[in-house]
Ligand binder design. Structure first.
Ligand code: IMP
Length: 430
């Protein structure tokens, strides 16, 4: 049976929610493998809107197993609230349909405090984080001082883990002029929340191995986008996890051979939230129009997203680093009515032409895009369900993107509604 990984191929917010939901109907298991509640996935099902942050998108479908893998960082208080909110919308969430890997590191209140304190410093450039403690929690994981889900089950272990973390964090907080952490209060809060998390704890790697043996289909749900990857993104203006498709394997505990299809989600133009380089960013009416028509405001922080033309150089690069088999192109309808459209086909740097984004930060900031201009279309593409319903210029635009990024379109999404999707290749086909 085919297993599919869905990843963002730009800076996140490519419209993964709809595509993941569309695919999750056909999957048996939906697994998150990185990131945390910095993500925001919006699902619209039968007229009801669900806003998910930490929960996998499969959770709104009662007959699917949703899994939070060890590659995720988990804020237990946020998760409990999110579960309550989604339950309040009539969704059933039980240990039968939600499992959390026992080795998942926790985001604790002091992680968020540190994240926000760092972002408030005036002497260094801000990253523009979501302020949810993602970076500090991943630092503690790699620094071997994280508190993990399984630690909540044993009080002596929990205390020892807290002490290890506090030695580090109190020294850091003192340097930043922050109060030391209240150990007693933190332990009390953790003891109180522990049973609400432990009821979902499971050896996820084992459960997934059994599911695979039973021929079940697994959908791996990525968060953020490849250009925010800790290794291959626009460092340091990135998130703190590996976002690329390869992370799906270690983020839940399966072998890389279990992945049959990588679907890259690509928006028909480009957006970014937070700071950092963005070669095709527009500061003019066209940029404003993209933002307004595309409703480009963050689901998690409500921040206005920066907007720009489609950058084929970047997407070709991210399709390579994630091994994308096919893309889902989203929000084509936002381009309806533009007289002309531009696509970035290369960069110029110091008189040289480049066909990739260089790694050095100063060069990333200095590249200027080389554009190809295409004719726009005046007709509406919103809601199209077949190629025949698309204007010729829109088809040309999509075909040109395929050529430039060297990757085929598997799905074309023409509105937020799940039915408004043109299927070219079924990622789950055996
Ligand atoms: P962090 O993940 O909160 O540490 O934020 C680091 C960078 O990633 C910032 O530029 C955020 O705006 C960006 N980011 C984090 N999560 C998302 C997301 O789900 N969509 C888009 N950008 C994100």
């Amino acid at each position: 049976m085919a297993n599919v990984v869905v990843v963002g191929a730009q800076w996140g917010d490519e419209g993964k929610g709809k595509i993941v939901d569309w695919l999750s109907e056909r999957a048996d298991v939906i697994a998150r493998f990185q990131g945390g509640h910095n993500a925001g996935h919006t699902l619209v099902i039968d007229g009801t809107t669900y806003k998910l942050h930490a929960l996998p998108s499969g959770v709104v479908r009662a007959d699917k197993l949703s899994v939070i893998g060890n590659g995720v960082v988990l804020d237990p208080w946020h998760l409990v609230k999110e579960i309550e909110t989604i339950r309040g919308q009539g969704v059933k969430i039980t240990p039968e349909n939600l499992m959390i890997a026992e080795n998942t590191p926790l985001i604790l209140p002091f992680h968020g405090e540190l994240d926000r304190a760092r972002e408030g410093q005036t002497t260094v450039a801000r990253i523009g984080t979501t302020g949810r403690g993602i970076g500090p929690a991943y630092e503690d994981k790699v620094g071997r001082r994280a508190i993990r889900v399984a630690d909540l089950a044993d009080d002596a272990t929990l205390e020892a883990r807290i002490d290890r973390a506090l030695v580090h964090h109190n020294a850091l907080r003192s340097g930043l002029g922050m109060e030391p952490i209240d150990r007693t209060a933190l332990l009390a809060e953790l003891r109180e929340i522990a049973p609400q998390i432990l009821r979902y704890a499971a050896p996820v790697w084992r459960v997934l191995a059994e599911k695979r043996r039973a021929g079940k289909r697994i959908l791996f749900e990525g968060a953020q986008g490849a250009l925010l990857d800790i290794d291959f993104g626009t460092y340091p203006f990135v998130t703190s996890s590996n976002v690329l498709a390869g992370q799906a394997a270690t983020g839940v505990g399966i072998g890389p051979g279990a992945i049959d299809f990588v679907l890259g989600i690509v928006k028909a133009y480009t957006t970014r939230v937070g700071e950092g380089p963005f070669p095709t960013e527009l500061h003019d009416d066209d940029g404003q129009r993209l933002g307004e028509r595309g409703h480009e405001f963050g689901t998690t922080t409500g921040r206005q997203r920066r907007c720009g033309w489609f950058d084929a150089v970047l997407v070709r690069q991210t399709c390579t680093t994630s091994g994308v088999s096919g893309i889902a192109l989203t929000k084509l309808d936002v381009l309806d009515g533009f007289e002309e459209l531009k696509i970035c086909v290369g960069y110029e740097l110091d008189g040289q032409r480049l066909d990739y984004l260089p790694t050095a930060a100063d060069q990333q900031a200095r590249v200027t895009p080389i554009y190809e201009t295409m004719q726009g279309w005046s007709e509406s593409t919103a809601g199209a369900r077949s190629w025949a319903e698309l204007p010729a210029e829109a088809i040309k635009y999509v075909r040109r993107i395929e050529e430039l990024i060297d990757c085929p379109v598997a799905l074309l999404s023409t509105s937020p509604a799940r039915e408004d999707t043109i299927l070219v290749t079924d990622p789950f086909a055996d």
